[in-house]
Design a protein around this ligand. Structure first.
Ligand SMILES: *Cc1c(COP(=O)(O)O)cnc(C)c1O
Length: 452
């Protein structure tokens, strides 16, 4: 904890020099910034000593809480050996062990691990590999991708090219390669409900594949839960049917599990919920328990073998990053996966998800709550101006922002997605902690929307 004058100093320097992501700096600079000093368990503490539940897992990353002795120890142990050495043409111990571990827990058929350092780079790698897979096999026409409306796959140009959130992506459209965008099944806002939404998505994919599969390299999807669009859960069976359509028409299937991986949805991976084995799986966020920036793109033998050739053929995957396979990051990822197993975290998520669902059930009746969506410990609450007609709040109402700020005042951090209030607690949260967090959440939403 620091004295108030030091806070003032830090705040002034922050405003002078730090440009924050996804943040309108004019708004930011007009308020007192929240400056975090430390974390302990599922709480973060600011420099003035105030405690907050981490109700969005520091943007969907955190698994075991903060300042976890086992994770700290794994980093310290590795630090005593080496902090970083490259994976370009050589190896290191944690990167090898982590790859073996990932392959063991991943859906069947994913046998190769290509490391990077963020979800976006992991997605770039999947896109480039899918394209070059066909190229290396002499199939040059397959060079475009199918994505879903409102998809989010990260912020680099390739990942934005398969992104479809107008607010984030439209300004960059002239810089991007074009993708085929199909409707995402958004049951709440579809006339035909879940059945109609699922049907529309599958038939749109089928139509494109029937007519243009010879020019499509791959389809990319956020499996089961589309996150950044507002935590939108697919109707059951949709993911499985999309995967089989890809199989049928010879198009590679990329599962972006950056948000959903490592127990978040109540299964180790969202693909497991429907027995889907993708050609590529991208993981990030929770891979290191939310500790360090490591991501990975898993691929099949089939894909790998298309790059496996004589040196002269120049079929290598010419891609890599300075910190690819960073030993500190891989070491903490291994320790996080060990805790995930030892503490039966994934099984725990299912129990805790039921508890949270029961706690939030009453919220669905409130006059400005349109829908409470949940899969495992990913929860999105869509607020509406008018419940019966499902009329949305206007952008200028900042309703999600207001509800989230109220939650902060009440002692829990979260960050909205437009009119959707997000609740994505660390998986290790106890039932008692979830009880307190959901109380804050419900109260913040009621006060922000009903003024009481
Ligand atoms: C967060 C996210 C990404 C991007 O990950 P970064 O580490 O922020 O680059 C990609 N895909 C999905 C589904 C995500 O939720």
């Amino acid at each position: 904890m620091v004295v108030a004058s030091l806070y003032e100093q830090l705040a002034a320097l922050d405003k002078s020099h730090v440009w924050h992501p996804f943040t309108q700096m004019r708004d930011y600079n007009n308020a007192d910034p929240l400056i975090i000093e430390r974390g302990e368990g599922v709480k973060l503490y600011d420099v003035l000593g105030r405690a907050y539940y981490d109700g969005f897992s520091s943007v969907w990353l955190n698994v075991h809480g903060h300042n976890v002795p086992e994770l700290n120890q794994a980093i310290t142990d590795q630090l005593g050996r080496v902090a970083h050495s490259t994976l370009l043409g050589m190896a290191n111990i944690p990167a090898i062990e982590l790859a073996e571990k990932l392959v063991r827990i991943a859906p069947a058929g994913l046998t190769k691990v290509f490391y990077s350092d963020s979800g976006a780079t992991g997605v770039e790698i999947a896109l480039k590999m899918a394209y070059q897979y066909w190229h290396n096999r002499g199939v040059y026409a397959k060079k475009s991708f199918i994505t879903m409306n409102q998809a989010y796959h990260g912020d680099t140009i390739g990942a934005v090219s398969v992104g479809a959130i107008p607010l984030y992506h439209d300004v960059f459209r002239p810089l991007l390669f074009p993708s085929h965008v199909v409707p995402y099944p958004y049951s709440y806002r579809h006339e035909g409900g879940a059945v109609g939404a699922k049907e529309e998505t599958l038939s749109a994919i089928q139509t494109i594949l029937e007519t243009r599969s010879d020019e499509i390299a791959a389809l990319i999807v956020e499996p089961i839960v589309q996150g950044a669009s507002g935590i939108i859960v697919m109707p059951p069976g949709t993911l499985r049917d999309i995967a089989s359509l890809c199989r049928k028409y010879g198009v590679l299937f990329i599962a972006d599990e950056v948000a959903t991986g490592f127990g978040r949805t109540g299964a180790m991976f969202a693909c497991d919920l429907e027995g889907v084995s993708p050609d590529f799986m991208v993981v990030g966020k929770g891979l290191t328990g939310g500790y360090l920036p490591v991501a990975a793109t898993l691929a099949t033998d089939e894909v790998y073998n298309a790059f496996y050739a004589d040196y002269e053929e120049q079929k290598s995957f010419f891609h890599g990053h300075s910190f690819t396979g960073n030993p500190l990051g891989c070491a903490v990822a291994l320790a996080s996966l060990k805790l995930l197993e030892d503490r039966k975290i994934v099984e725990g998520v299912r129990v805790k998800a039921d508890f949270v669902a029961a706690k939030l059930a009453a919220l669905a009746d409130r006059s400005h709550v349109g829908e409470v969506r949940q899969q495992g410990l990913m929860i999105g609450i869509e607020l509406v101006r008018e419940k019966a007609s499902r009329r949305s709040y206007d952008w200028a109402d900042r309703i999600g922002v207001r509800a989230s700020l109220r939650a902060r005042e009440l002692g829990m951090l979260t960050r909205p997605l437009g009119n959707v209030v997000v609740f994505i607690p660390p998986l290790a949260s106890t039932v008692g902690e979830l009880e307190e967090m959901t109380n804050i959440l419900a109260r913040a939403i009621c006060e922000a929307t009903e003024g009481s």
